[in-house]
Design a binder for this molecule. Structure first.
Ligand SMILES: [Zn+2]
Length: 324
């Protein structure tokens, strides 16, 4: 099937709240897609049955048959395609690959959802034609993927690319992982909300706009902070400026470590406030090693929330073509 543009593959983006399934062609175009709530509490077999039903519906609607399935799942996988643990889904030791192969009898490739999105940006998005690229997705949490010398780094136990959990402040804020002071614990969406709520409690006089926008303190989110700052609220703008500094601290480490030609920034926090890209870039150019930034470009992700399905479909396609 090498180079056969008529061959279709399926991409599945399996997250804790929703699962998206898409039939994708060789150019990374989505022909048909379906999205539904995941309902992970019903168990893996029920969720897999829903995915299988969506795959069949996509094929019928497009009038085409897929020859492989790629899945990006929010969690840690081993090299056999077994999902070891997913905090978002609440599952442990689920053999997702085998369940899907048993149901559909075509090749299945499973990877972490953020790495699948990285693959999508690399093959069909902002990183096309680049051999050294890092994607950093800043959403509720922070995840990433590293392409080095045209290869996706996987690491010793398949967890490479957890860029959100690099320490930027020793002994700093408590993270959702065992560590303190992670990049995610400062600049992830959940952490921006937490920092904002703390600032409101410390300085209620200056926080009236944030509280009014959100309804009450507990409802203040990263999006509230972005909106209040765009209206010129000084406390919100202070939080935004600090967030840019934290992000840049992480990115300086990434650039000095991996020396990519291209850094792609994506995820809901960046989509909500694209100005972060130029602000981070300015700080990074001042602080990273001059040789590391000499040929560096920093850009926004191109595929938005479709990077996961497009990347998962490309992962299985590339695996199948390599096997030919
Ligand atoms: Zn962490």
């Amino acid at each position: 099937m090498a180079g056969n543009s008529e061959v279709m593959t399926i991409g599945v983006d399996l997250g804790g709240t929703k699962v998206e399934t898409a039939l994708v062609d060789a150019a990374g175009r989505i022909l048909v897609s379906r999205r539904q709530p995941t309902n992970p509490e019903k168990g893996p077999d029920a969720v897999v049955a829903n995915i299988v039903a969506d795959i069949k519906t996509c094929q019928v609607e497009a009038g085409k048959t897929a020859e492989g399935i790629g899945v990006g799942v929010a969690g840690q996988l081993d090299r056999t395609g077994t999902l070891r643990f997913s905090p978002n889904l609440g599952w442990r030791n689920v053999s997702l690959k085998r369940k899907l192969e048993d149901a559909l009898d075509i090749p299945v490739v499973i990877n972490n959802d953020v790495r699948a999105a990285t693959w999508g940006e690399w093959r069909h998005g902002a990183g096309q034609g680049v051999d050294d690229m890092v994607c950093l997705f800043i959403g509720t949490g922070i995840g990433g993927g590293v392409i080095s010398g045209g290869q996706l780094l996987s690491g010793c136990s398949n967890t490479a690319g957890e860029l959100g959990h690099m320490t930027i402040v020793a002994g700093g804020r408590r993270c959702h992982c065992p560590n303190r002071g992670c990049l995610e614990a400062y600049a992830g969406g959940w952490a921006i909300a937490e920092r904002a709520q703390e600032a409101v409690n410390t300085n209620p006089q200056a926080a009236q706009r944030l509280v009014a926008l959100a309804g009450d303190i507990q409802q203040i989110s990263a999006a509230t902070v972005t909106q209040a700052c765009s209206e010129g609220d000084s406390l919100a703008c202070c939080l935004v400026e600090e967030t840019a500094q934290y992000l840049a601290a992480g990115v300086v480490g990434i650039i000095n470590t991996f020396n990519p030609c291209l850094l792609v920034l994506g995820g809901g926090v960046i989509q909500g406030r694209p100005e972060y890209v130029s602000e981070v870039e300015r700080i990074v150019r001042e602080n990273a090693l001059p040789t590391a930034v000499a040929d560096l470009r920093i850009v926004r992700a191109a595929l938005g929330d479709k990077a996961g399905v497009i990347g998962a479909a490309a992962l299985v396609r590339d695996r199948m073509e390599k096997a030919m």
